[in-house]
Design a protein around this ligand. Structure first.
Ligand code: ATP
Ligand code: MG
Length: 250
């Protein structure tokens, strides 16, 4: 099976704090892989390593055969076109309209005429179920709407891989279900590979082909979604029962 994203022996430190000693993870083309793990364990850092916002202290981060860890800014731009990210908290630019937010990556990666940009923005907003809100400001949106606009922005440049950092955290059950359905339908419709970070086990089990548990500075296990539902290994079961503790050290 083809691997699109692979982390090999990744070590990451901030100052004297070690986040991972040696982390290994392989993501298969077209799958939805969910990463769960305690708060502060390094889940968001993992996604940022994949798009080159952080660099590992050792090891390799391979996206479609190329080592992101060794790339110059120019090559990283191409990685960021191929790999879209929905940031934890959506991270919209408050000074821009919704339409300008969604168009942001298009200006960064393409030299398209205005009408083509506008058409793409319209298309992406309708994919996330929010057509026609181009003129609104992020400050006027609910939490669920912000996440969906953040997702439209991530989708606009046509990524092959989408990284979702806590896409449902803080949302009500209706919006949670909507986002989960979106993750599933984007995988079906666009054939994208997805990596989802979540605290929400119901969401994880709803959307995942596979799950990975990040604990103590490494991927402690990976398991098929169906098996995780039927007979989760003890470490995962413990996590699912909410018996996690905040990670202070790896
Ligand atoms: N830029 C940075 N500089 C220094 N430390 C950082 C930086 N980014 C993250 N960290 C530290 O790395 C650790 C892992 O952070 P990360 O944001 O990946 O956690 P997380 O697993 O996503 O947690 P949560 O579930 O709360 O979102 C934390 O201790 C955090 O303080
Ligand atoms: Mg995080």
């Amino acid at each position: 099976m083809e691997t699109v994203v692979e982390l090999k022996g990744v070590q990451k430190r901030f100052g004297d704090k070690t986040i991972y000693e040696s982390l290994d993870l392989a993501v298969r083309k077209g799958e939805t892989l969910t990463v769960v793990g305690p708060s502060g364990v390094g889940k968001s850092v993992l996604l940022k390593l994949i798009i080159g916002l952080h660099r590992p202290d050792a090891g390799e981060v391979i996206v479609e055969g190329q080592n992101v860890a060794a790339m110059e800014e120019d090559a990283l731009r191409e990685v960021r076109r191929k790999v879209g990210m929905l940031f934890q908290g959506a991270a919209l630019f408050d000074s821009m309209s919704v339409g300008e937010n969604v168009a942001y990556g298009l200006y960064e990666h393409y030299r398209w005429p205005e009408d083509k940009v506008r058409a793409r923005v319209t298309e992406c907003l309708s994919w996330v179920g929010m057509p026609g809100i181009e003129e609104m400001r992020p400050a006027d949106l609910s939490g669920g709407m912000k996440k969906r606009v953040g997702l439209a922005r991530a989708l606009a440049p046509g990524p092959e891989v989408i990284l979702y950092d806590e896409p449902t955290t803080g949302l009500d059950p209706t919006n949670t279900r909507r986002i989960n359905e979106l993750i599933a339908s984007l995988q079906k419709k666009l054939g994208v590979t997805s990596i989802v970070i979540t605290h929400d086990m119901d969401s994880a089990l709803a959307v995942s082909d596979r799950l990975a548990l990040l604990e103590h500075g490494r991927i402690a296990l990976t398991i098929d979604g169906d098996r995780a539902k039927q007979s989760p290994p003890e470490a995962l079961a413990r996590f699912m029962r909410g018996e996690e503790v905040d990670e202070q050290r790896p």
